[in-house]
Write a protein that binds this ligand. Structure first.
Ligand code: GLN
Length: 318
């Protein structure tokens, strides 16, 4: 498929002009570090599967990856276990409840349901085949780096901020333990999960990560095959089901692309076989998704006609 690069550049620019200062939302406050990030930051980036980069705004500002790290660890677990085992042990359904819900676990017989909520993400961390916590962490960080195409690093400041306040997640890890649905020491799973949320990425990194998924597992910048092609559709399906938590359905309905957000203000949408669109801006809606990020990404997708559910040739506007 030929890509209209002028149209992408124009769409990225227009998205930023229209929505970079859109009102509404508030920085995440339950993690002290995130509350301190300047709320005015906003950027949007598109990376195509052949490695072309289009970006406007604060696309090189390093922010906390947070929940977007969940797709990376899912990818690693899929590589190690295959799709059936992950579906059996973790799940592939939306919880319909907030990302850190304890109720969701209780409702579903302590099965996490999705690797993209905190319970499922910690269970996924615990599955990674490793000799100890440091080995587990090193593998996850290496996978984040391969997907982004550059060495990603932990922010000690973010990690410290999260490790000293993550009591709710520790409770979830113990609940998993009591139900035999965590596969390492539960506090180790919570610790490594907290670290994976505390790495720093840019909006441009995020778009490269997404473009690697859009390209079926080959990083378009480094040309390295990072993931088995067969695993990529499973990641995209999980993103569709739970990538934006309890508003994943609304995102599918209005944008029609697999997405993933984080409380650091990052958001990603993947257009399989074409490109990825990443947005960044700290203020979040009540669900924990970046207000401006959603608007900017949705604008680019709409302008480009990128919607998986649009029927080609039907005449309907995607
Ligand atoms: N580290 C955050 C948490 O566990 C990530 C949540 C998110 O980005 N939705 O609460």
């Amino acid at each position: 498929m030929t890509i209209d690069t002028h149209a992408i550049a124009a769409a990225v620019k227009a998205a930023h002009v229209q929505y970079a200062a859109a009102p509404g939302g508030a920085n995440a406050s339950y993690i002290p570090y995130l509350a301190s990030v300047p709320a005015t930051l906003a950027g949007v980036t598109v990376v195509t599967i052949d490695g072309q980069v289009f970006e406007t705004g604060d696309t090189r500002y390093e922010f906390a990856i947070e929940s977007i790290s969940k797709i990376v660890t899912l990818a690693l677990a899929l590589e190690q276990y295959g799709a059936d085992e992950i579906q059996k042990k973790i799940g592939a359904d939306p919880t319909g409840l907030p990302f850190n819900s304890v109720t969701a676990l209780e409702l579903h017989g302590d099965r996490p349901m999705s690797p993209l909520v905190n319970a499922g993400a910690m269970a996924t961390v615990s599955l990674i085949k490793a000799t100890d916590a440091e080995d587990r962490w090193a593998q996850i960080l290496a996978m984040q780096s391969k997907l982004a195409g550059r060495q990603i690093t932990l922010s000690d400041e973010v990690n410290q901020s999260e490790q000293t306040t993550n009591f709710h997640n520790r409770s979830i890890a113990w609940l998993l333990y009591s139900a035999n649905t965590v596969y390492s020491d539960p506090m180790e799973a919570c610790d490594v999960y907290t670290r994976q949320c505390s790495t720093l990425i840019t909006c441009a990194d995020l778009a490269v990560m997404g473009a690697t998924l859009a390209a079926g597992g080959v990083n378009p910048l480094t040309k390295e095959r990072v993931l088995t092609a067969d695993n990529v559709p499973h990641i995209l399906a999980e993103m569709t089901m739970e990538g934006l938590y309890d508003t994943s359905g609304d995102w599918a309905y209005t944008v029609g692309l697999p997405g993933k957000s984080g409380v650091g203000g990052g958001i990603l949408a993947v257009v399989p076989g074409v490109a990825a669109v990443a947005g960044f801006s700290p203020p979040l809606d009540p669900t924990g998704n970046s207000v401006r990020g959603q608007l900017m990404v949705a604008h680019v997708a709409k302008a480009m006609g990128w919607d998986l559910y649009h029927v080609p040739g039907s005449g309907g506007a995607p």
